[in-house]
Write a protein that binds this ligand. Structure first.
Ligand code: GTP
Ligand code: MG
Length: 194
């Protein structure tokens, strides 16, 4: 995918703040700090378009990005961040669910999981929720640069067992080395017309 244009559009917390529906949207979900904002940057060849942070809980709003005046990437707050209050967690969950369940241009969801670890209960819960709600889901196993080939193989097996998916289903990815970037774009092309 040749990137001709990519820019931050707007942040929203409530549906009335979403931008007018113009292009197909792809949303990115996953645990806090898993690398949602980073994969967006990698896919559009930018270093810091979507703000990233070593500390979890960086993205706290729904952030919309325009890509090639053709589609939108939607960066969502992460789940599973221990250091926020219960009320805030419920608030984020509602914010994410109401976007995912009500947004007409939404064409697919990229769920990121950290390939270094067994998927958490929240990862499993999110994945089955997405399937139950019939979303086209792309499963991306990220931070693969932190693992050896052997470990990637082993961990991939664990991920696939836990989530009950075939072994070639997750895309092995790294925002640092850009491993898997073209594969993600190819799969996205299957979800939206690009
Ligand atoms: P929240 O906005 O807090 O939900 O986090 P996020 O999922 O958007 O994560 P973000 O992209 O901010 O990345 C979190 C940290 O992980 C940053 O320090 C990134 O540099 C790092 N990171 C992201 N992707 C990768 C990767 O593929 N490999 C490595 N080694 N580090 C990564
Ligand atoms: Mg983020």
């Amino acid at each position: 995918m040749k990137i001709k244009q990519a820019e931050y559009l707007i942040s929203a917390v409530k549906p009335h703040q979403y931008p007018p529906e113009m292009y197909p949207e792809i949303a990115f979900v996953g645990r806090s700090n898993v690398g949602k904002s980073s994969i967006i940057n990698t896919l559009v060849n930018r270093k810091n378009m979507a703000r990233t942070s070593g500390k979890p809980g960086k993205t706290q709003t729904i952030n919309f990005y325009d890509v090639n005046n053709q589609l939108r990437f939607v960066d969502l707050p992460g789940y599973g961040f221990a250091k926020v209050s219960k009320e805030q967690k419920i608030g984020w969950k509602k914010m994410i669910e109401s976007y995912l369940l009500n947004r007409t241009p939404l064409q697919g969801v990229v769920q990121l999981i950290d390939l270094r670890h067994k998927p958490t209960e929240e990862d499993q819960g999110m994945f089955s929720w997405l399937l139950e709600n019939n979303f086209p889901v792309l499963l991306v196993a990220t931070k693969s640069d932190k693992l050896s080939k052997n470990q990637i193989h082993k961990n991939l097996k664990i991920v696939c067992d836990v989530l009950s998916v075939p072994k070639d289903y997750p895309i092995v990815f790294s925002a640092n080395t850009k491993t898997g970037k073209e594969e993600v774009w190819e799969s996205l092309s299957g979800l939206v017309e690009i």
